[in-house]
Structures are given as structure tokens and as C-alpha cells.
Design a protein around this ligand. Structure first.
Ligand SMILES: C[S@@+](CC[C@H](N)C(=O)[O-])C[C@H]1O[C@@H](n2cnc3c(N)ncnc32)[C@H](O)[C@@H]1O
Length: 262
């Protein structure tokens, strides 16, 4: 009995310590984003790594993508303003309107999906777990889309840098927003898109031209300005018919890459 109580006490103490460490970690995340001096940024990064080594949910941070994005799940909803999301959604719909009636796959959905009826695929369990129907962008304002009444959320936890757990030739459209700059093996991801898309199916990739903040740059694999070229080259090599549109919204520049499987 005595032993069980001590064990319980130690577990509770450990949880308190981890909670405190997580708060400290979040404060350092803010500091890192505000800091402009590279040496000070490195110092903060080292301190964050030291905290991460002692907190079970942060083991592997920042280079383990699943750990990184699970940690981000709590903050992500506030990172992109709603007016940008609405703009992006409108643009996506104009690009996939004709091809996509039923089977749409959203890659790297995070916890704020653009398309209500899509299958949400993400590496992060916590992102997928915190998708809420009421927080979705109101697709009905823009288009009377099929499936609006259907509130079932479809989720797949998977890594786009590996084979997707989806059959060949069965998807009408794929959407990937603010994902590709974090993907090392873009060629694998796009080859998988080619495999799962039906003939004439379309992929719409959305990327910002702006640099990400200091915190997200820890995991970024391709800077925004090079990414469009990389994507276009791989899509063309795979045999997609590709179209690139660059749009300005307020002070941001957003790139829409649409590619059709021919
Ligand atoms: C910057 S967030 C964008 C989220 C969402 N698309 C949006 O526009 O709000 C990147 C998302 O991609 C997911 N992700 C990152 N690497 C991934 C991978 N290798 N496979 C699947 N999802 C990944 C992350 O978990 C995260 O939810």
C-alpha cells in the first residue's frame, strides 16, 4: 500500500514537472520567434532541446515530424487568419470544381480542413484528433457542394513520404495546403498522388511565398522561393499537366499549383 502511494505520488510529481516544462517550452517558442540575433536564436533552440529531452511528449523534437506537429496542434488554428483561409478555399474550389464530386483527399490537413467532405490525412495524431466540424471553413457560403450535410469526419494518420494507405486510381482530387515546404521526399509524395488519382484527377498545391517564422523554419526542408520550381519539375517529370498561378491577397503572395493526371 505504502509502495503504491509513493509510486502514485511520484507519477503525479512527474506530470506536474512536465506541465511546467511544457509552459517554459511554449514561452521559449515565442522568444525564438521574436529574436532576430542568430546567436541568441541558437541559445534559445538549445534550451528548448534540453527541455524536450526531459518531457515524454517532446522526445525527438524538433526533427521527428510527428512529435513536432503533435506539439503544434494546440496552436495551429490561430496561425493562419480566417480571411486567408477563405481566399484559399475559393481558389481551391475553382480549380477542383469539375473533377471533384465525391472523393477528395486533403494531405497535411492539420486541424482546420478546407473541404468538408474530404478525407483528412496527416502525420499528426493530435492534429487529426482536434478537427472539429464547427471550426471548418463554411464551404456552403461559397458553393452548394455535395456532402455539405454530411458531418462525418474522415481521418487517416499517415506520412506522405511513404506509400499512402489508399488504393490505386480512386481519388478525384487532392489538395495540399502549406505542406510541401516541410516534405523532404516530395518526389515520393507526388508519385503516390499520381498512383491514387483517377485519370484526369487533379492535385492542387497551395504554398505561401512568405518565409515561415523561426520556430517552423526548424523543420522546413525547402524555402518558399525554390519550392515552386521543385514542384513544377517533379510534376512535369511524372507526366502531370501543370498550371501555376500566383495571387496576391492583402500583403501575402500565395502560389497555386494545379496539376492534372493525363
Ligand atoms: C503548416 S501545417 C498546414 C496545415 C493545413 N494544411 C492548413 O493549411 O492549415 C502542415 C501540416 O502538415 C502535416 N505534415 C507534416 N509533415 C507531414 C508528413 N510527412 N505526412 C503527413 N502530414 C504531414 C503536419 O502535421 C501539419 O498538420
Amino acid at each position: 500500500m505504502q509502495q503504491t502511494n509513493t509510486l502514485r505520488k511520484n507519477t503525479v510529481m512527474k506530470l506536474f514537472d512536465e506541465d511546467r516544462a511544457l509552459d517554459e517550452f511554449d514561452q521559449k517558442m515565442d522568444l525564438l520567434n521574436k529574436e532576430t540575433d542568430i546567436n541568441k536564436q541558437l541559445q534559445i533552440f538549445k534550451e528548448m532541446q534540453a527541455i524536450a529531452n526531459n518531457v515524454s511528449v517532446l522526445k525527438g523534437w524538433p526533427y521527428n515530424a510527428r512529435v513536432f506537429w503533435d506539439k503544434e496542434a494546440f496552436f495551429w488554428k490561430q496561425r493562419v487568419e480566417q480571411r486567408y483561409r477563405e481566399f484559399i478555399l475559393k481558389e481551391i474550389i475553382t480549380r477542383i470544381n469539375e473533377s471533384a464530386k465525391r472523393s477528395i483527399l486533403e494531405l497535411g490537413t492539420g486541424n482546420t480542413p478546407y473541404l468538408k467532405e474530404a478525407i483528412n490525412l496527416d502525420i499528426s495524431h493530435d492534429m487529426l484528433a482536434t478537427i472539429g466540424v464547427s471550426e471548418r471553413v463554411e464551404i456552403a457560403k461559397i458553393d452548394n457542394h455535395d456532402g455539405y450535410e454530411n458531418n462525418t469526419i474522415k481521418r487517416i494518420q499517415a506520412n506522405v513520404e511513404h506509400s499512402l494507405p489508399i488504393k490505386d486510381n480512386c481519388v478525384d482530387a487532392i489538395v495540399a495546403v502549406f505542406l510541401c515546404n516541410y516534405i523532404e521526399r516530395i518526389d515520393v509524395m507526388l508519385a503516390e498522388c499520381m498512383r491514387v488519382l483517377k485519370d484526369e484527377g487533379k492535385i492542387v498545391i497551395v504554398q505561401s511565398f512568405a518565409e515561415v517564422d523561426n520556430y517552423h523554419s526548424l523543420l522546413e526542408k525547402h524555402p518558399a522561393k525554390e519550392l515552386t520550381l521543385i514542384l513544377r519539375t517533379i510534376l512535369n517529370e511524372l507526366g502531370f499537366k501543370t498550371q501555376i498561378d500566383v495571387k496576391d491577397v492583402d500583403k501575402k503572395t500565395i502560389v497555386f499549383i494545379s496539376a492534372t493526371k493525363s
